[in-house]
Write a protein that binds this ligand. Structure first.
Ligand SMILES: Nc1nc2c(ncn2[C@@H]2O[C@H](COP(=O)(O)OP(=O)(O)OP(=O)(O)O)[C@@H](O)[C@H]2O)c(=O)[nH]1
Ligand SMILES: [Mg+2]
Length: 469
């Protein structure tokens, strides 16, 4: 199968590079408000799993189309040899700085690339475009016109009339708003340009649809991992002698919140990578949300282990206290020598009572107070975190790679609802189980990921249906 190649051409500063960036999902394409940004051709392949589906060639804008057409008119012997005339124009002017842009942009077309002619539908049509369209028509290559909308005014109707005389297919393609479905529609239309491209482009559409499913699955897994980590997260701090408890508690809360925020940021970053968005700037604090309903606990610990943890080691009662010490100091309790007996007694006392006097071992206080924060007690928290993550995923999925502005997610827009009560119950069951876990649980996370994936698909179907309306 031949590899479909498209040269994106047009007047300077009309969004050619933006279209390349969107269709190749490549944020490395240079886009700028300055006219004349692209000065030489560059090929951008659209690749999925190492397979190139199609190639887009970014080109500089026409600079001297009228003069070029004039030369061609003078040198064309008959209407039969127009594409040869275009070829001769490029051969003759290849080293001529007057026509650098024209020679650049025409070369891939003469080599067989399809033409995507880009105009700005928010600016009025003018005669200066006619020479460009005429030259492209002379090349004889399959072509399509795309009306991009850079500003707010709308001259689409005039453009459609003008473009219709030169191009068989004319489409409005607003590059900043073009979601996945619009891109697929465009690829299907490309397939109509040339018989040889139909099959590879139909295949490209299939592969992109599968890829979409894979990306959602990966995103769901990442979101589930984040939630599982958030829900089981605990921070503890051992109070030192004379340390201000309130101050320590505040510091610990702050640390805990920052760690949850970091988990969210990490998940965001990974979801963005899944969608090939690698350098997004984001600003949205989760901290405010966490300020509510937080609490910390204060417990007695020994060797950094809580009573519950000690009992779990099997070290219950005075007889086993020696092994508790061994466990805690990794078998170095022998060093204690004669102190061991007294220490064992103290530990036994603690295991049966609740507290022991400060016992020092090798100069370190063994017993002491520990404050801890987490796991997150707020039962709404996982739903809020999930809602935020799914909103972010949707925005990323819909964001084109031509959009270089900062990513803004307004937390107020999280108005996420479970599709039905059965789904809500399924989520609640997993959240409840996760809350009881001491550590990250892979099985629960996988079940959660499946539920989230279903929810993402449901949400996107709602969006897709509204597109068709
Ligand atoms: N709002 C909006 N801005 C757009 C759109 N398309 C392009 N732009 C902006 O228009 C400017 C020019 O876009 P480019 O993609 O660099 O245009 P180009 O045709 O490649 O320009 P040259 O390489 O200079 O010929 C950039 O600032 C883009 O962000 C659009 O659909 N909406
Ligand atoms: Mg450009």
């Amino acid at each position: 199968m031949s590899l479909p190649q498209f040269a994106i051409v047009g007047h300077p500063n009309k969004g050619k590079s933006s279209i390349v960036s969107t269709l190749a999902e490549d944020e490395s394409v240079h886009i700028s408000p300055l006219s004349g940004t692209t000065v030489e051709n560059r090929v951008y392949p659209m690749t999925v799993d190492g397979d190139v589906l199609y190639e887009l060639i970014d080109t500089p804008g026409f600079q001297r189309a009228r003069a070029a057409l004039e030369w061609m008119r003078q040198h064309a012997e008959s209407s039969m040899d127009r594409s040869d005339t275009v070829r001769r124009f490029v051969q003759t002017h290849n080293d001529d700085p007057t026509f650098t842009a024209e020679c650049q942009l025409l070369t891939p077309i003469l080599d067989g690339a399809g033409i995507l002619y880009v105009v700005d539908g928010s600016r009025p049509f003018g005669e200066e475009y006619e020479a460009e369209m005429e030259i492209l028509r002379w090349s004889g290559q399959p072509s399509m016109a795309l009306i991009n909308m850079i500003g707010n005014s709308d001259y689409t109707h005039d453009w459609e009339k003008a473009l219709g005389q030169f191009f068989r297919i004319v489409r409005v393609f607003d590059v900043m708003q073009a979601d996945f479905y619009k891109r697929l529609q465009l690829l299907t239309a490309f397939g109509e340009l040339h018989e040889d491209w139909r099959m590879p482009l139909d295949k490209a559409v299939d592969i992109l649809q599968q890829e979409q499913g894979r990306r959602r699955q990966l995103s769901a897994q990442l979101i589930a991992e984040m939630l599982a980590r958030m829900l089981t997260h605990v921070n503890s701090h051992r109070l030192k002698d004379g340390e201000n408890t309130e101050l320590a508690r505040e510091k610990l809360l702050e640390k805990y919140q920052q760690e949850l925020v970091a988990m969210e940021q990490h998940c965001r970053l990974e979801v963005e990578q899944v969608y090939q968005h690698k350098n997004l700037q984001r600003q949205e604090p989760l901290v405010e949300l966490l300020k509510q309903d937080m609490f910390s606990r204060q417990t007695w610990v020994l060797f950094g282990l809580t009573r519950k943890q000690l009992i779990a080691t099997g070290a219950i009662g005075g007889a086993a206290a020696g092994s508790v010490i061994d466990l805690a100091v990794h078998g170095t309790s022998l060093l204690l020598g004669s102190g061991l007996g007294a220490l064992t007694g103290a530990v036994s006392a603690w295991l049966t009572a609740d507290k022991i006097a400060n016992v020092k071992m090798l100069g370190h206080t063994l017993g002491g107070e520990e404050i801890s924060v987490g796991p997150m007690p707020n039962i709404n928290f996982p739903y809020v975190a999930l809602g935020r993550a799914m909103l972010h995923q949707r925005i990323i999925e819909e964001r084109t790679h031509a959009n270089r502005g900062p990513l803004t997610i307004d937390p107020q827009t999280v108005s996420w609802q479970m599709s039905d009560s059965a789904t809500r119950r399924a989520f609640e069951k997993i959240f409840a189980k996760l809350r009881k876990q001491e550590n990250y649980n892979a099985d629960l996370t996988s079940s959660l990921a499946l539920l989230i994936e279903k929810q993402i698909t449901n949400n996107s179907q709602v969006a897709a249906n509204s597109h068709q309306d």
